[in-house]
Design a protein around this ligand. Sequence first.
Ligand code: ADP
Ligand code: MG
Ligand code: MG
Length: 207
Amino acid sequence: MSQFDADAARAWVAAAAAAVKENADHLTQLDSAIGDADHGVNLNRGFTAVTAALDGFEADGPGAVLVKVGTTLISKVGGASGPLYGSAFRAIGKALAGPGVDAPTLGAALRDGLAAIRKLGAAAPGDKTIVDAWDPAVEAWDTAAAGGLAAAAEAAAEAAEAGAKATAELQARKGRASYLGARSVGHQDPGATSTALIFRALAATVS
Ligand code: ADP
Ligand code: MG
Ligand code: MG
């Protein structure tokens, strides 16, 4: 795939929704260890609503699709992750003009998504959040972007998965898990784990 267009955006979201559904129990289990046991439930509700919202939605490019995804997540998901992911998808969508974009342009949009997450949640890398998967993913994307969409997305997915795994060693400094202090160490962060699913879904879509 040389251009990421509206159909690709829809396919990414469909793959992410399927992954969230399939892994909902696992995400909720991770959240039961260091949060309030609702992360999988929250995201599954959100992506189910997104799937319904995109059905019959007319879009002239990937940007409109992803803005719709973000707006829906913000309105349908309670909890920290809804506004964070919703803002990210809205920012990605706003950065994508026209009917299709190349790998460097999508990488810049994904970086805008990270900026939106950090602006809203004020988490830095190492705080044991979504940022710990999203930040290495956009770094890896940029490094690989000259090789095209498939190469960039595969590198980003691998980096997000490694980042999510590495959150197990971290002490949480943001979100509910931070209430546990040192007791948050030893558990993988649910939000970083769902971010890895979202980047893996993108890699599967553009491969
Ligand atoms: P809640 O904690 O409100 O129940 P979720 O369970 O859906 O919301 O999402 C929890 C995840 O949200 C955490 O695992 C973490 O990755 C992410 N998160 C929480 N606070 C922040 C923040 N300030 N910045 C980035 N991510 C955050
Ligand atoms: Mg929770
Ligand atoms: Mg909650």
